[in-house]
Design a protein around this ligand. Structure first.
Ligand code: EPS
Length: 369
């Protein structure tokens, strides 16, 4: 009803507000026996965290994970796994000027209309702080997918404002290069250019949108439940639930509009598929090719450039948002998008095993590449 949980066999419930004492999640349905220790969470949480470079919000959270349940002697027990992270660097005074105002393009107004009450400190529940717990939950999903199925879920920033990577369209992603820069950008030579864009933007007090692409390799054919639990439908819903996401594409996405059938179809030879416009999903079921999704993130609404809005009394006002905001939320969105893809894939893998576990590999099986 209130939609703080998602998934069917692997369910994730998150809770907490940006400026409350803590944020947390409960992951239920994880198979027993998976090795899990608090240190497993550090890498991905650091990739998503604020305050690690000058290009993101300067709030500095430690993001230390407490495993409260579901793990015994370093292994999951099959019971609910509860994770907790304390908020240690909330600065609620930054929001004093915003207590009775609605930031244009922010959830301030719609939360107020829906609930008739809101926690305005740091955006409360609508804050991207909540995505910390998605990334934490997905550490478990990524681990299980890698160990059980050899699946790897990785993402990169595919566009920042008007800047796109200067790489040939069909070049392989250099994943080491992606991880070596704070933007998750695949073209290392272009990073100084991105830094200049971001520095100018921050100086201007404005923000910009972004595009993030996630690639899941090693997904076997068969995951996804037609008709209403299609893999692409659930990926789209999960990715769209990320703060600031305004668009989702699977494979060729909207470019498919201008393609001919003869161009779009991924022809099959006994050795391989000859292209991947489908993004690894046919009829809502994984084909064995890499699953490829992209998201469009809008520019952050909390900016220093004055904008028109109204206050709680409905009076016209001018809003300026100070505080420690991200000039581009897309910069930190790569691990979040990976997380949502991994959680959906693990849930679908468990569901496939439950219904079709006895089917086994079916010939012919085309290597996915
Ligand atoms: C956010 C606004 C900022 C960010 C926050 C997301 O919060 P605050 O004003 O409290 O510093 O720092 O991001 C995080 C804290 C995080 O961990 O992602 C927003 O409005 O979404």
């Amino acid at each position: 009803m209130s939609s703080n949980s998602f998934g069917k066999l692997l369910t994730v419930t998150t809770f907490g507000e940006s400026h409350g004492p803590a944020i947390g999640c409960v992951i239920d349905g994880c198979p027993p026996g998976l090795a899990l220790v608090p240190e497993d969470f550090a890498h991905d949480l650091a990739r998503r965290a604020t305050g690690r470079t000058r290009h993101t919000s300067q709030r500095r959270e430690t993001d230390a994970v407490d495993i409260l349940s579901g793990v015994y002697e370093g292994r999951t027990t099959g019971t609910p796994i509860a994770l907790l992270i304390r908020n240690t660097d909330a600065r609620s005074r930054d929001y004093d000027d915003l207590l009775d105002t609605f930031r244009p393009a922010h959830a301030d107004y719609t939360y107020w209309q829906k609930y008739g009450i809101r926690d305005p400190r740091g955006g409360g529940r609508s804050s991207a702080r909540e995505t910390t717990m998605r990334v934490a939950a997905a550490v478990i999903a990524k681990k299980w997918l890698a160990e059980r199925h050899g699946v790897r879920v990785r993402g990169y920033l595919a566009q920042l404002g008007e800047t796109v990577p200067r790489l040939p369209a069909d070049s392989a992603i250099d994943w080491d290069a992606v991880e070596r820069n704070p933007f998750f950008w695949p073209d290392a030579a272009q990073v100084p250019e991105l830094e200049a864009v971001m520095d100018a933007l921050r100086k201007a007090g404005d923000s910009v949108g972004a595009r993030v692409t996630v690639v899941a390799e090693g997904v076997p054919p068969g995951w996804g439940e037609p008709i209403y639990g299609k893999l692409d439908a659930e990926l789209a819903a999960a990715l769209m639930s990320i703060n600031a996401v305004k668009g989702v594409e699977i494979g060729a996405g909207f470019a498919a509009v201008a393609q001919r059938g003869s161009q779009h179809r991924d022809e099959i030879t006994p050795e391989r598929f000859l292209s991947n416009h489908a993004g690894g999903i046919l009829g809502g079921i994984s084909s064995g090719q890499p699953v490829i999704c992209s998201i469009a993130l809008k520019p952050t609404s909390s900016i220093r450039i004055p904008g028109r809005s109204v206050n709680l009394r409905g009076e016209a006002i001018e809003v300026v948002t100070n505080g420690r905001h991200d000039p581009c939320v897309g910069i930190r969105a790569t691990p979040i998008a990976e997380a949502m893809v991994a959680l959906v894939l693990m849930d679908q893998a468990l569901r496939h095993r439950a219904q079709c576990g006895d089917v086994g590999p079916v010939a012919p099986r085309i290597p996915g590449g």
